[in-house]
Design a protein around this ligand. Structure first.
Ligand SMILES: Nc1nc2c(ncn2[C@@H]2O[C@H](COP(=O)(O)OP(=O)(O)OP(=O)(O)O)[C@@H](O)[C@H]2O)c(=O)[nH]1
Ligand SMILES: Nc1ncnc2c1ncn2[C@@H]1O[C@H](COP(=O)(O)OP(=O)(O)OP(=O)(O)O)[C@@H](O)[C@H]1O
Length: 721
């Protein structure tokens, strides 16, 4: 019997949806890696190409049959080493200065080969099925080049995958390892030594990871594992479990979404810079720049997230939004993936912490990390993060809702509905690309009930199916099949094809009474409509964040990060044993660019470099501020009311403690340009009076026997020294 498409969601991405697929050439999706639109059509090939629609949506969709990895992580019990809170609450913690340095922008490729149009024949996972009249796939092209709209962002956010020097591109990362370029840093393996000297539990942990994902057999990953073991030896989490367990679980989560060996290795070592004596240079020497840069990126994100938590910055929507953007833009987007995996495992094991800390972490996760997962399109992580937060922040509502849902929620109903619809479509000779099902997450149900003032029975999309077909005509044919198969719920049919929503969203929606008369929402759309719904201006994350006002730069930046991360995971899931891999990798489709006249498009007047977001700390308050590209420290000081004619490059305060600090170092040149993710700490306000005048005033007060005004004394920092 054919395995239903729905089963794809239960499997790791190495076997995710593999329905061969047609990725249409479409003018509005034609975009090169540097953001330049072009009207050339995609190249085609008859060979199997992973479905952009099926693959991209299924890779990160919530599992219909519960994902196996979530059970795995929970099985391992509760681990928590509350590093965040052990750091000094001041931003002057020692690791910050190292993690915030402005170098090491290593051009590490996200991909493992040159960008080209050649066709990969691999990637047909074991869960592929044969839908009626399957539609053949073709391959989309992508061009490399330099310059263009997104360069500024892309360089920061995506590493070299957009530094498209095609020559450099070919020698980076895993290919470079295999071609021997980095021989001296990699496989003079002391692995045997490490292994024989490791703690006994280490072997068990490694075997456990290998049982869950084959990437843990990769020599490079095994080497990283033993390095992590060595670095964290003796460290325990709050539960008394070895710290290494957390590193392994983080790496398993990454492997499960299809991350490659570099990312998984960095996942294993993600805490080493902050929590152990391991240095950037050591990681660079033993595992290469790719891993070292990622670990450093994660460390930077951890520091910033801690700052935000300490200052409660993210509770304000605008600031939270800037933080999300900054996180995506300041570092390789893959570092964000690692940070998300780290946070997800920490949330799963949150019970080990005292309740006040549980609250703080849950709040921060809901404000920062769940939206980030949503924007990157990793909905399984987003849902798990939100559900965990919900459990800790609203335990009563969580308990009430989950016990109610026990009665109404029916996993098997979705599987069976998929099978029935599949059969009916086959009988009616309606072809389709992907048929998928999902159940709504507990937190999403809760939010919908709150927002629309509904009780649970009135939420009609707890069980949902989505059908992606070739063209509009098939949408309506499929709708008929659905309505013949199940009874329609009156008033719930919506034709967003004939009347698209104002954001351009198109789809047919209907609610029918499925098995046991439970409502079942069915969405039917073409693959172009689906691409817009996932990646374009009607993207689901924007639909969900409709109360946020984003600049078009930010919107498109998120689209880019999401698209590239998805691409990386898709391609890696096709070839998990990536070391030595030489086959060229191609993107799953062209970037879904906006049409020329699209009101949501990033207009050229945004400049090629978008805004920069920085963190400003002033008088014990932290804010995330947006500046135009090329702004300087001086601009920031002026905005903060600290502009001073004295602060020319040559007239900057001599005393270091009077100067603002940029990433922990006193600024020596006010014309220094601001960069995404910079942390600027302003010294207490410099009084307008000269220091001499202040000294004299204080001396006079002292002479009169009056103590100086506390405020004044506080502000005159120079007097303290
Ligand atoms: N990506 C994307 N999805 C959308 C958009 N609008 C609706 N959807 C999807 O379609 C589902 C149902 O939307 P509608 O039929 O408009 O229903 P509604 O008015 O929001 O209310 P309900 O029927 O109660 O869900 C949503 O839950 C989303 O999954 C959109 O603008 N973008
Ligand atoms: N009927 C459906 N079939 C398959 N997937 C769906 C269906 N409806 C939504 N999804 C997908 O499920 C994921 C979770 O969506 P969720 O149910 O939380 O929100 P929503 O249905 O889009 O919004 P809302 O709660 O506002 O109605 C998203 O990726 C969404 O695209």
């Amino acid at each position: 019997m054919a395995v239903p498409t729905i089963a794809l969601y239960a499997s790791p991405p190495s076997s995710v949806c593999s329905t061969p697929y047609q990725c249409h050439s479409h003018a509005s999706y034609d975009f090169d890696l540097n953001g330049r639109s072009s009207s050339s059509s995609s190249s085609t090939s008859s060979s199997s190409q992973k479905s952009i629609v099926g693959g991209l949506s299924s890779l990160f969709s919530s599992p219909t049959v519960k994902a196996s990895y979530s059970t795995g992580t929970e099985d391992l019990g509760s681990l928590w080493h509350d590093r965040g809170d052990e750091l000094s609450s001041s931003f002057r913690c020692s690791s910050l200065s190292s993690s915030l340095k402005r170098d090491h922008q290593s051009p590490v490729s996200v991909f493992q080969g040159p960008v080209s149009c050649s066709t990969s024949s691999s990637g047909i996972g074991s869960y592929s099925r044969s839908p009626p009249k399957r539609i053949a796939g073709d391959v989309c092209s992508i061009r490399s080049g330099t310059g263009g709209l997104f360069n500024g962002f892309v360089r920061h956010a995506l590493g070299s995958c957009v530094d498209h020097d095609p020559v450099a591109f070919q020698v980076l990362d895993v290919d470079s390892r295999s071609s021997g370029l980095l021989d001296e840093l990699t496989f003079n393996m002391e692995e045997g030594f490490l292994e024989s000297n490791s703690e006994p539990y280490a072997k068990t942990l490694l075997l456990g990871a290998q049982a869950r994902h084959k990437i843990f057999y990769d020599d490079f990953v095994v080497k990283a594992f033993y390095e992590a073991e060595k670095a964290h030896r003796g460290q325990v989490r709050a539960t008394g479990d070895p710290y290494l367990q957390h590193c392994v679980e983080t790496a398993v989560l990454l492997a499960t979404i299809g991350a490659n060996s570099t990312v998984v290795a960095a996942g294993l070592l993600h805490d080493t810079l902050d929590d152990t004596f391991m240095t950037y240079d050591y990681i660079f020497r033993t595992l290469g720049a790719g891993v070292a840069d990622l670990v450093e990126g994660v460390s930077k994100l951890s520091q910033l997230s801690k700052l935000a938590r300490d200052f409660d910055t993210a509770s304000k929507t605008v600031e939270a939004d800037r933080l999300h953007t900054m996180f995506l833009a300041m570092t390789d987007a893959r570092a964000v993936l690692i940070k998300l995996a780290d946070r997800l495992h920490n949330m799963i094991t949150l019970d080990a912490l005292p309740s006040t800390k549980q609250q703080r972490f849950a709040k921060e996760t809901l404000e920062i990390f769940a939206p980030l997962a949503n924007r990157l399109g990793i909905s399984t992580w987003k849902e798990q993060l939100e559900n965990q937060c919900f459990k800790h922040l609203n335990p009563d509502q969580h308990n009430e809702l989950s016990s109610k849902l026990m009665d109404s929620f029916d996993e098997a109903m979705i599987t069976s509905a998929v099978e029935k619809l599949e059969q009916a479509l086959s009988d009616g000779s309606v072809s389709y690309h992907v048929l998928s099902g999902r159940h709504k997450s507990l937190y999403s149900i809760y939010c919908k009930m709150l927002k629309k003032k509904l009780n649970m029975d009135e939420v009609h999309d707890i069980h949902g199916l989505r059908l992606i077909v070739e063209n509009e005509e098939d949408c309506y044919k499929a709708l008929q099949v659905v309505h013949q198969l199940w009874r329609e719920v009156p008033g719930r049919y919506k034709d967003y094809i004939e009347k698209p929503k104002c954001n351009g969203y198109q789809s047919l929606h209907t609610v029918v009474l499925g098995e046991g008369m439970a409502p079942l929402e069915v969405q039917i759309r073409t693959k172009e409509m689906h691409l817009q719904a996932e990646y374009g201006f009607a993207a689901h994350w924007r639909y969900k964040e409709n109360d946020c006002k984003h600049s078009s730069f930010v919107l498109q930046m998120v689209e880019w990060a999401r698209w590239v991360v998805t691409w990386q995971c898709e391609t890696m899931s096709r070839d998990q044993s990536s070391v030595g891999h030489t086959e060229s990798i191609q993107p799953p489709c062209k970037f879904p660019a906006h049409s020329e006249d699209c009101p949501f498009s990033c207009k050229p007047d945004c400049g090629t470099d978008g805004p920069v977001f920085i963190i400003m700390i002033e008088n014990d308050k932290m804010s995330v501020q947006e500046f135009a590209a090329n702004s300087t420290v001086k601009d920031l000081l002026e905005r903060a009311g600290r502009g001073s004619s004295r602060w020319t490059p040559y007239g900057f305060p001599l005393k270091e403690e009077l100067r603002p600090r940029l990433n922990h170092e006193p600024v020596s040149d006010p014309n220094c340009k601001l960069r995404m993710g910079d942390v600027i700490e302003l010294t207490p306000a410099i009084p307008h009076k000269s220091l001499t005048e202040y000294r004299e005033e204080i001396q006079r007060m002292y002479d009169r026997g009056v103590s100086p005004l506390p405020a004044a004394a506080n502000t005159v920092v120079g007097l303290r020294s």
